[in-house]
Design a protein around this ligand. Structure first.
Ligand code: ADP
Length: 441
């Protein structure tokens, strides 16, 4: 461009100089200069018009107008710029097409949600899996598409470390797992995956465990019945010792079978279907009676602290089972004269139930695996305590069905705290009347 400016100035000076000489020779310098400059200006205007016309013709293939000198250079320069721009555009278009092709080939639905919670973009699988309509749904709020209250809760809570699995909004026989990731400033990427096949396999496994446990129940009941009858008789010492031990093992097997059955019932659905009001105070009171009975030879000190006017909405049998597992574990694993603290309280995060003991504690390497089925820190300690190895797995499942979480804190030699945390949505508050205050005393 700099060169063009110089060559234009040179040509102007050249034309001006020559016309000045001719003007002096002819004796009409003024006229000659004026006419020459007028012609020069006409030529420039014509070239300029050609350039403007070329710019306005949007045909990228059209060659620039023919011109010589500085105008020719200028046209070539523009033509080069245009070609460079076109190849850059083609490259970008190619990248976008490849991105769209690859996302369309994905079986998972991918949806981009903007900062205002509206649907911004999605791939082809989203149309099939979630029934999105390209024309009608673009820019619509995501909550219009996925109205399930559990999804809305998951979306609003903003903690997306774990996915959530729900029935498809378009077909009842399809289970979809949703996982949200944040990106950019406040945008979200929602990935939805059809997990029906996995769920069916899991269902087959659960059915097998449930059926096997159920089938084991009847023979066990018969064995236990006979053992009881035999033990009622006068028997020689070695024989009664043997039968005693058989009865203990049969009882353990019965506990195992009933825990397995409970677990497979809990696994049958991811969430509880109907929420009932639960009187937390009376549930805990009932568990504490059982705990005192269980630890009657150990002389434990029980310390119970319950926020009186808060309850939960959920499944009472399940929560009773989860809370009692934690309290009974504390009783079983804490040596004689231990202190066991049971608390129920509510804060801005939600409702919390905790059991703290000053028992042997658990090494930190075991903590992440503690809720796995049959995972035991110390086999001999657990067998002696009569546990089934399924207690904490049951607790975990019950909490997941109530959108809750289990946290475990423990220090070897100091004790352990097992806490259940529930979202505020299922905490209910009520006014205390006189009779409730009386019953709390
Ligand atoms: P179990 O039936 O063996 O008690 P759980 O699933 O209830 O099975 O517990 C798993 C393991 O966690 C137990 O075997 C035990 O080693 C450990 N555990 C659970 N609660 C406590 C506790 N309060 N103190 C120490 N260890 C515990």
């Amino acid at each position: 461009m700099q060169r063009n400016r110089h060559s234009m100035l040179t040509s102007l000076l050249l034309v001006g100089g020559i016309s000045l000489i001719i003007g002096f020779i002819s004796g009409y310098p003024g006229w000659v200069i004026s006419i020459t400059l007028f012609c020069w200006a006409l030529v420039q205007i014509r070239q300029f018009n050609k350039l403007v016309h070329w710019f306005h013709t949007r045909d990228e293939e059209l060659e620039p107008p023919e011109a010589s000198g500085h105008w020719g250079e200028l046209f070539d320069e523009f033509s080069r710029l245009q070609r460079r721009q076109a190849s850059r555009e083609a490259l970008l278009r190619n990248v976008i097409t490849r991105f769209q092709d690859s996302t369309s080939a994905l079986q998972d639905a991918i949806i981009i949600i903007d900062r205002n919670n509206n649907l911004e973009w999605w791939n082809r699988s989203a149309n099939q899996l979630l029934g999105l309509d390209d024309a009608a749904d673009r820019g619509k709020p995501v909550m219009n598409l996925l109205r399930d209250p559990r999804f809305v809760r998951y979306y609003k809570r903003g903690q997306y470390s774990d996915p959530i699995t729900l029935t498809s909004p378009t077909r009842d026989d399809i289970k979809i797992q949703y996982h949200i990731t944040r990106f950019g400033e406040a945008d979200r990427l929602l990935v939805a995956r059809d997990v029906s096949r996995l769920m069916r396999l899991e269902q087959t496994r659960q059915d097998f465990v449930a059926n096997a446990s159920h089938e084991l129940r009847t023979p066990l009941t018969v064995i236990r019945g006979y053992l009881e009858t035999f033990l009622d008789q006068e028997l020689p010492k070695p024989l009664s010792r043997g039968l005693d031990s058989m009865q203990q093992q049969a009882r353990r097997m019965e506990n195992l079978v009933s825990d397995l059955l409970l677990l497979s019932r809990l696994e049958a659905s991811l969430h509880i279907s109907d929420e009932q009001p639960i009187q937390i105070h009376s549930v805990i009171q009932h568990i504490m009676e059982g705990a005192e009975q269980l630890g009657r030879d150990k002389g434990h000190q029980f310390n119970v602290d319950i926020a009186p006017n808060y309850d939960l909405a959920g499944q009472e049998i399940e929560l009773h089972s989860a809370f009692s597992n934690l309290v009974y574990n504390a009783v079983r694993y804490t040596p004689a004269n231990g202190i066991i603290k049971v608390r129920w309280w509510v804060d801005e995060q939600g409702g919390h139930f905790s059991v703290k003991d000053n028992g042997p504690g658990i090494e930190s390497i075991h903590l992440p695996r503690l809720t796995e089925r049959f995972y035991r820190v110390d086999e001999s300690r657990s067998s002696a305590s009569g546990g089934t190895g399924l207690g904490l797995a049951i607790v975990k499942h019950v909490l997941a069905r109530h959108n809750g979480q289990l946290t475990i804190k423990s220090k070897v030699g100091k004790g352990s705290t097992f806490a259940c945390h529930f979202p505020l949505e299922i905490v209910t508050q009520f006014e205390l009347d006189e009779s409730s205050v009386e019953s709390l005393k």
